[in-house]
Write a protein of this length. Structure first.
Lengths: 449, 449
């Protein structure tokens, strides 16, 4: 397991240029632990250590290094060595790395890479971001239907060394159409002479190569697979998405949704490694938009200038009234956006949800109105408290409806519902809140607006 | 794969009481697909279909049914049958189900369950919620160090039928101390006479049984395991957490964090299946708290009554000023909370983050102040615009610092940083915003407060 003492030891090896020790270091520990320790060194030092290991071990460790650091590291390596490294890398990790590199650098490398890997790279790079194709690997184990268990195991042994997972074997015909799959567990347990056809699963759950990675994650979560086959529109197997990639997708999507919902354009890298200017920009864009909305609210208040002058006490409760709408709206939006992300809401459920949210809003609005009435009585006359309470009831009910409706509208327009961010809902609800508050007040004091 | 036509077909089988067809239905499709289809039926109908299948297949399908529905289903089954079902279920799924059942029902079942399973149940139920122990299973494959590959494979074949995963074999001594592990891939590729000790990994990455499930998920994500061993404080293997459980944990934790951050107490079940009253309560608790905070802000405004009377124009920009602080605060909180959840921020990084957030706030505050100045000029004199701009600069900078600082403080107090919800940050920032706004105005008009 990760040991904080590894780093000083490693630094000493580098100082003494103790190559046998470095070689041993690369062999003994888990590749992930080694990568973690290496990341604290300079790029040159990392290569000095890594190059002590055999090529396949080099690649294994390299694949655990963060993508951003990988991109830096490849610039320090001569092209022949780099192209060998790329040839051995897992296709999906390789595609991720190449996508992150300077395009000119990639193009200058391509001629040095073997034909088979080159066309694999071109293929994987052609799938759009966030599609099943963009996260899959092309290294899967496959076999023909006619084999026996013993033959299948023998064939698997020849495929195994360079397959990402050998725990599922996909049964294909000559045109690579997917007919079924068999787990290694079943093969191990079956008698050697059993035909694979007798024990394979024919009800294969797969995804199309152009489907969204979130769908892949939801389906993997539902069916508990180690890997999910990816097929083209003809039903031909083109790759697999493995459990570890799905975990990455889930973390990535949860982070993106959280960022969007918090009013930040999603970051490409981790929070820590995002440059200052990029971070400021990704927040600034939203803040400027929200400020424009804020000036809309200022415009509304400007319009009601005369009311403020006559009913000055309204100001006291203004932040409270606006916050109540924003808070319930953001609650509803959170619940709906998260349920949509988990694939829980189909079209039929949406109407049900909307009715239920409206009812919840009504109940919450009523209860908060009572509370607000009691509080407001402490600051002024009954009439003022009535105005505040009625406004709260309306603002909360409408906030709930807006908060749940807007993400669903966005989803049905084919947009990501999570862009209905918390601050945006709060801003919209501010404007609506001012309108309701002032009109309730005007109605109550008998001057219909 | 899931087929919407399965349900009408199944209903017809039930109508005609076509038992052979039901049996075939339970055999042909993926257990997850069957479970999904069954959930549309009544509890009695589900059992009529399920009981056609053999016991192990019944359990396989049953385990894919949602926990809530499982809890309903067990109440319709006689105790002897139910105890048999429980005996065959996977230990982790069984523990989840029992935890969800009425305690009296569980206790009345216990005597009917075989001794070995009974003590396994007691053990698993004793681990606290959200701990590694609460999500692990006790069905792992293990072996002694002295064996050869051929012997290990033979032993695995006897263990395999009732082990959750057989793709990692854990190497234990007599006291069950974990010494290493070997993957089935390595066993398949090695020569039969090779000693397991020669090919096993000795740098085992594990978690302690009382560690948080989020840590398990983060470690699995980092090292790409199919399963992670769980050890007690003596280093003895007590269970494993498998990839599918980690996917569930990630989805659950992301949902909880989103709910908390949106100002809703985390739901136990899915959004759709949470009862109305529970949902209203879990939102209402927060809303009441936030309303109290809102009345705090009203109190501050009440205190500055005289200022509002003299500088009535301040009101126009009040929502804008308060929203600016809330928006930047919630951005910062989102970024920090998410980075903490992903395990990206250690103690050293926290100071760095705080400095960077303050700098970001300064830059964003400055830019927004300029924008606000230009906008505000459209509504009034230069002096008013200056007051608004200076307030925005201060509120935004402080909002950034608060938004990033508060989650870190909560974390260092051992609390979940995600309870620093968006609405709570907005509320705190409202009160601070009013104080800053009015004092800047008082300063500017030359009457020091």
């Amino acid at each position: 397991m990760f040991d904080p003492l590894l780093l000083p030891e490693l630094r000493e090896m580098l100082l003494e240029n103790d190559e046998p020790a470095m070689r041993e270091f690369c062999d003994v520990f888990h590749a992930g632990v080694i990568a973690e320790t290496l990341e604290a060194l300079t790029n040159d030092e990392i290569w000095r250590v890594l190059l002590q290991a055999g090529l396949s071990r080099q690649v294994e460790i390299f694949e655990y290094i963060s993508l951003q650091r990988q991109t830096e590291l490849v610039t320090c390596l001569d092209k022949p060595h780099l192209s060998t490294l790329l040839e051995v890398m897992a296709p999906d990790d390789r595609a991720d790395l190449l996508q992150n590199m300077v395009p000119e650098h990639v193009e200058s490398l391509m001629p040095l890479i073997a034909q088979a890997q080159r066309s694999d790279i071109r293929k994987l790079l052609s799938y759009p971001d966030h599609s099943a194709g963009s996260i899959m690997t092309t290294e899967y184990a496959s076999l023909r239907e006619g084999l026996s268990v013993a033959e299948a195991l023998a064939q698997l042994r020849t495929q195994a060394p360079n397959r990402e997972t050998i725990y599922y074997l996909y049964v294909l015909d000559e045109a690579r159409h997917l007919h079924g799959f068999v787990s290694l567990r079943k093969l191990i347990l079956a008698r050697p002479e059993t035909p694979v056809a007798d024990i394979m699963d024919r009800d294969v759950i797969s995804v199309r190569v152009d489907e969204d990675q979130e769908l892949v994650a939801n389906r993997m979560a539902k069916y508990d697979f180690i890997a999910m086959p990816v097929v083209d529109d003809q039903g031909r197997l083109v790759g697999i998405v493995t459990h570890d990639d799905v975990i990455d997708v889930l973390r990535e999507e949860a982070t993106e949704d959280a960022h969007r919902f918090g009013g930040v354009l999603p970051l490409e890298d981790s929070y820590l490694s995002t440059p200052f200017v990029e971070l400021a920009w990704k927040r600034g864009v939203w803040l400027v938009l929200l400020m424009v909305a804020g000036f809309g609210t200022a415009g509304v208040l400007n319009y009601y200038d005369g009311v403020t002058a006559n009913l000055e006490w309204l100001v006291k409760f203004l932040p409270l009234v606006l916050a109540s709408g924003g808070n319930t709206g953001s609650q509803s939006a959170t619940l709906v956006i998260r349920a949509l992300a988990l694939g829980e809401l189909n079209r039929k459920a949406q109407f049900h949800i909307l009715r239920r949210e409206a009812a919840t809003g009504f109940v919450l609005g009523g209860s908060l109105a009572v509370l607000a009435f009691v509080f407001a009585m402490m600051y002024g006359p009954v009439m003022d408290a009535v105005i505040v309470a009625v406004t709260i009831a309306l603002v909360v009910t409408l906030g709930t409806i807006n908060g749940s409706l807007l993400p669903m509208i966005l989803r049905s327009l084919g947009m990501d519902p999570a862009i209905m961010s918390n601050p945006l809902i709060a801003s919209l609800s501010d404007m609506l809140g001012v309108l309701i508050y002032y009109n309730v007040a005007l109605l109550a004091v008998g001057r219909l607006f």
